[in-house]
Ligand binder design. Structure first.
Ligand code: BGC
Length: 578
């Protein structure tokens, strides 16, 4: 219960070597403007709006239907009512009267023939919200592709019987094992919050072993009982046992060796599918979180990058992450009441240009191989078991100090995003433009991204220079956004909530607060767990956190085991406060 060593002081970092994670620094965005002429450029614009009565999210995609690539674009259109722009993404948005103008950001300026770029924005309005009727790009009038979305008619229903957002109007399963731990350790105030059930090894399916007392069937039977008080009910389960699991870290290495893909399919996914597909559970909305920290590793942690590991190189070469994920998606996606959400890392990982589009492409490739299809994907989750805030309230990526963008600060280091919600919304657009259904929704794991307590800033930092501004503004108290293990100073984040903003299906507590991310020193075990220096408070880092201190709490047990000292800190630093 008691904490011994004081945590490392916040906000002090080891020497910073610029740009390892960020890779190449880029030129200023948005400087390239359209060079296409009417002779070689033609366009179609697809518009859709997700309207909640007093506001809406507009999603637009531009397809180059001409024969020549453009190197930059400016889209314009008009609204007939009093629609007011509040915030846009994947484009530079502005409004003059009823006319909306959106220019590329620099990094998304090129549109090859037949290629599509997407952008979006939130608006407020009152009265009626008619869809715009004409669009032009680089001054050329565009056609409408007749696809989903444009015009006032409703968008098509998602395939099968699934609802658009399973969390909407639904209760969510409270894991009694976690609730008992939380309650027994001073957490009565949150013990009734829903948390996910983790299937992190074959034995977890049947349960009955230490740390895994309740099996999947028993959890689902409990869920049926809890569901009696609700019209709709969500059961959240994490599917986490890929061969060669967690190739860039050691704390959550798993039981299956890199080549055991057949064991994964036959002894892990198939038995899970048998249980989830039982008609007894057909009325539950089963949300599956598919394989944390796997696919993005194949982009960011492989050769020739400085961040590569031999294990990730091996998993890229043998294809078993992609094969495993596609098998999980198609097998579980065949069950009509299963909603697969694929893990998409977090902003401090995928938010850099070098990682962003490449990850979305890899996700699409994986979701459409070995019989899987985009209809097997309900959405994506960001920040699973991580600590990045949903929203940095006191600064944004568009801020600058004395003409210097916050992107040039040490903390942001050329990332395109400063928090997970803006990343989730931007990445959603990218995923849709890669071919995922436009109905996909995003989840944010908010179990431990609260950053309250006495050290939390209460307003923006000083405008003396960009680093002082960002350091003074940021609520994230880590040394670096690549830090992930038992972070000192963290608090519980937003309580689980359905539809907090459009296109975010839910804030969910996927990592059960109080369960360790990894041991702070080597502990022999039979769970396949290794020891990762990132969980040792004295560790000075590696290329994946740009050689910063780990920021981990001391005396932590193995990943997944109850870590009381961390739980106490999460309660004390909860934001919103308890
Ligand atoms: C561990 C799993 C555990 C999960 C939830 C992961 O870090 O590797 O064994 O089930 O966290 O606490």
């Amino acid at each position: 219960m008691s904490r011994t060593n004081p945590p490392p002081k916040r906000r002090r970092r080891a020497l910073f070597t610029a740009g390892v994670l960020a890779a190449t620094a880029l030129g200023t965005g948005g400087m390239m403007q359209g060079t296409a002429s009417a002779a070689d450029f033609a366009c179609e614009v697809d518009y859709s709006a997700n309207d909640w009565g007093s506001g809406f999210t507009a999603d637009l995609s531009i397809t180059n239907t001409g024969s020549t690539a453009t190197t930059g674009w400016t889209l314009s259109y008009s609204y007939a009512g009093n629609q007011r722009l509040s915030q846009g993404w994947n484009g530079q948005w502005s409004q003059s009267g009823q006319t909306i103008t959106v220019s590329d950001t620099g990094w998304n300026g090129a549109i090859a023939p037949n290629a599509t770029v997407s952008t979006g924005a939130n608006f407020t309005y009152s009265g009626t919200n008619a869809a715009p009727t004409g669009f032009s790009v680089n001054g050329i009038a565009c056609g409408d592709d007749g696809g989903p979305g444009p015009g006032p008619g409703p968008d098509p229903e998602p395939p099968g019987d699934r609802v658009d957002n399973p969390y909407e109007g639904a209760g969510v399963y409270v894991n009694p094992d976690w609730a008992a731990n939380a309650r027994a350790d001073g957490g009565a105030a949150i013990a009734d919050e829903p948390t996910a059930v983790w299937l992190d090894r074959r034995a977890a399916i049947t349960g009955g072993s230490a740390g895994n007392s309740t099996g999947l069937r028993e959890h689902l039977d409990n869920a049926l009982v809890q569901a009696q008080d609700h019209e709709n009910f969500v059961f959240q389960v994490v599917v986490y046992n890929l061969p060669g699991r967690d190739c860039a870290a050691l704390a959550s290495n798993g039981e299956l060796a890199a080549d055991q893909i057949d064991v994964y399919k036959e002894e892990f996914i198939d038995p899970i599918a048998d249980i989830l597909g039982d008609p007894a559970y057909a009325d539950l909305r089963i949300v599956t979180i598919i394989e944390i920290d796997s696919l993005p590793n194949l982009i960011t942690n492989v050769s020739p990058r400085a961040t590569s590991t031999p294990q990730c190189d091996e998993m890229l070469a043998n294809g078993n992450y992609q094969e495993g994920v596609s098998y999980a998606l198609s097998t579980l996606g065949a069950i009509p009441n299963v909603y697969n959400y694929v893990d998409a890392g977090h902003y401090g990982w995928i938010g850099w240009d070098d990682n962003f589009t490449a990850s979305a492409e890899l996700f699409h490739e994986t979701a459409t191989m070995n019989g899987a299809s985009v209809d097997d994907v309900a959405g994506f989750i960001v920040n699973t078991a991580n600590y990045g805030p949903s929203v940095e309230p006191y600064f944004s990526i568009d801020d600058s100090v004395g003409g210097t963008s916050v992107r040039q600060s040490e903390w942001v280091d050329w990332n395109r995003y400063v928090d997970n919600q803006s990343f989730a919304l931007g990445f959603r657009e990218e995923l849709v433009s890669q071919g995922f259904n436009s109905e996909i929704g995003m989840l944010i794991d908010t179990s431990r991204n609260g950053w309250g307590g006495p050290d939390r800033p209460t307003g923006p930092g000083p405008m003396t220079d960009v680093d002082a501004y960002v350091e003074g503004s940021r609520v994230d108290g880590r040394f670096q956004t690549g830090n992930w293990c038992n972070q000192s100073g963290a608090g519980l984040g937003e309580r689980p909530t359905a539809s907090p903003v459009p296109n975010i299906d839910a804030y969910a507590w996927i990592k059960p607060p109080g369960e360790s991310d990894g041991s702070s020193e080597e502990i022999p075990n039979d769970e396949g767990k290794g020891f990762d220096g990132m969980c040792d408070p004295a560790y000075e880092g590696n290329p994946r956190n740009n050689h910063n201190m780990s920021g981990a709490l001391p005396d932590a047990p193995l990943s997944g085991h109850w870590f009381s000292a961390q739980f106490q800190e999460l309660l004390a630093n909860a934001y919103p406060p308890l």
